[in-house]
Design a protein around this ligand. Structure first.
Ligand SMILES: [Mg+2]
Length: 368
């Protein structure tokens, strides 16, 4: 197997809020609870579009992106509510704050949906299922809303998984279950397969992942272009796309609390070298470089300082990061200090060189 085709075992969670806008409206207005509800444009005049339908409205076939007039025809008693984006944004910020307790590798897809890479979670919990449970519980406790989570080793499977037990669901698909799961999956459920492609696949007698698997990589490319190659890999459980933190990730770094206080400059430098190495590994993994390097120092009396230096161009190499951290430390004063913690982080990432295409945009799917 070629290197780029080997599956990378990450711990990925896809979190998706349940009927987000509608649930927020029902939470804030008890009169709307248990009611068929559409958040979106009014059906009057030329008519608006459904942004989100409550589960009560979905029972009547009301769906997102449907004209509000259609929604009213399907469900005559449906209540239309204007969206309050400021409120949704606030809730979204709070949700991301909850995510950030566990990881900095967060890729938001919209206000109510995100991928999280918890391969190395901040709290050292280790179990992605446990983390997903805790996040769901925090969202419930702090926001009185429910979310569904999908847990797997890659983005593709995690996203499909989050949809399986909605609402308030949690579905784990482990490495050994991925291939059977993908084989059983109907082609129209394949993330990125639109209606046109699905119809083409059906016409070719391809109804499930198992059917797709019978085609060679060349055949997949010939029939479905660049996306064909993506499907070829995905049906074998291979999706090495990294969770891309975008600009949403404000900083990435590492820190270490020492078993005894550091008093010698040599020890401090040695520790900074180690921490810088960890930081560089993390940056490389997520293809990030930052323009600002920040040093954090905590003393034995728990006093804490941060010092930073910014660069004209983004940096991410070990030499620069370690040297900058050391000079920042030196400038902060190292005489007669007892240091219990050192940390280095990079921020000010700016634009990333990689794009994160929408599913279905075949040109941007090839991110491996
Ligand atoms: Mg949602």
């Amino acid at each position: 197997m070629a290197d780029e085709q080997r599956p990378i075992h990450r711990k990925i969670i896809h979190i998706d809020m349940d009927a987000f806008y509608a649930s927020v409206e029902q939470r804030d207005n008890p009169d709307l609870r248990g009611k068929a509800l559409v958040v979106g444009g009014s059906p009057e005049g030329r008519g608006g579009v459904v942004a989100t339908a409550s589960y009560e409205a979905r029972k009547f076939g009301v769906r997102s992106a449907m004209p509000s007039k259609t929604a009213q025809r399907l469900c005559p008693h449906v209540i239309f509510v204007r969206p309050r984006f400021d409120v949704y944004k606030d809730v979204s910020r709070h949700i991301r704050e909850i995510f950030s307790r566990y990881t900095d590798i967060i890729e938001p897809l919209s206000l109510d949906e995100a991928y999280l890479d918890v391969t190395e979670d901040k709290l050292g919990i280790g179990s992605a299922i446990e983390i997903a449970q805790q996040i769901k519980q925090a969202i419930k406790d702090e926001l009185q809303l429910t979310a569904s989570a999908g847990v797997s080793i890659n983005k593709f499977v995690a996203k499909i998984a989050s949809d399986i037990n909605k609402p308030d669901g949690l579905k784990f698909i482990g490495p050994s279950s991925i291939e059977p799961f993908m084989e059983a999956l109907p082609v129209e459920k394949f993330y990125g397969v639109g209606k046109v492609t699905a119809a083409k696949m059906m016409a070719m007698g391809l109804h499930s992942g198992a059917d797709l698997k019978k085609l060679t990589e060349d055949e997949m490319s010939r029939h479905f272009g660049k996306a064909g190659k993506f499907y070829y890999q995905i049906v074998r459980g291979i999706d090495n796309r990294a969770v891309q933190p975008h600009r949403e990730t404000k900083s990435m770094g590492a820190e270490d609390t020492f078993p005894y206080d550091l008093t010698e400059i040599d020890e401090m430098y040695t520790e900074l070298d180690k921490i810088a190495e960890t930081v560089v590994k993390r940056l490389e993994r997520y293809n990030l470089q930052g323009r600002t390097i920040t040093l954090k120092v905590k003393y034995s009396d728990f006093r804490q300082i941060t010092r930073n230096q910014s660069f004209a161009k983004p940096v991410g190499d070990l030499k620069t990061i370690a040297a900058t951290a050391k000079s920042l430390l030196l400038n902060s004063g190292v005489d007669d200090v007892k240091i219990r913690l050192l940390g280095i982080s990079l921020s000010n990432f700016g634009e990333l060189p990689q794009k994160t295409g929408k599913p279905g945009d075949a040109g941007q799917l090839m991110l491996f």
